[in-house]
Design a protein around this ligand. Sequence first.
Ligand code: AMP
Ligand code: MG
Length: 267
Amino acid sequence: MKRYLVEPGEKVDLTKRDPHETGDFKGGKKEGLEAIAKLNQELQELQELLYAEGKHKVLVVLQAMDTGGKDGTIRRVFDGVNPQGVKVASFKVPTPEELSHDFLWRVHKVTPANGEMVIFNRSHYEDVLVVRVHDYVPKDVWSKRYDQINEFESMLAENGTTILKFYLHISKEEQKERLQARLDDPSKHWKFSVGDLGERKLWDDYQKAYEAMLSKTSKKHAPWYIVPADRKWHRDLVISTVLVDTLKGLKMKYPEPKDNLDGIVIE
Ligand code: AMP
Ligand code: MG
């Protein structure tokens, strides 16, 4: 999955990243779904271990254009994990109280504790994306946020947080189809926001903002992956693989029993 990793310091050009590719994966959708099912089993076991051991914290950040597949990723990749140890934090338009604090205030409160995995559905990166595209704050304010984010994430990492960040990369054509599908299906109307059409008109500005974000904030302790996301199964395969490989790398162990259990007989 190294091909999707943004190397620290790399200058990202999203026009050179194909949202439709399936990379090194040899099979098609059927094989992809089988591989995802196996990875999901592994993820469930690793998450159980993470919770039992209670030593590591895991933060998964999901960012994408509208319809990019953040909700679908959460539903599929994390299917079956134990809700006791996994939380989702969704970041919406900030409330007046949130706006009256620094932009990381609402974020820090919901970062993972020992043994927890937290998935960010949108994140502090909105403060250099939608905020930058719409000039919600002046440039000299948002432009300082890349360094502020890097320092914040370094601090989390130094305090035992494993951070993985995924940008779900879809094409403009794919977004059109997904928006149309939402419009055509009454059960998806709740997801359709007329405002998304205005954001779609700003596609190029958003791509530039994403390129800046990916280029400035991919670090060894908090890497970005650019996930080709036009094909949902391939998106899930990439994210599941990175997650499972990273969790295995933590070399977690079940804790020793609190008492000596030798010779215990239950009557
Ligand atoms: P959704 O993810 O579809 O529920 O939409 C959430 C909305 O909140 C999106 O339009 C985001 O751009 C917006 N949003 C999230 N964070 C911020 C932020 N820090 N400032 C402004 N808008 C935000
Ligand atoms: Mg939306």
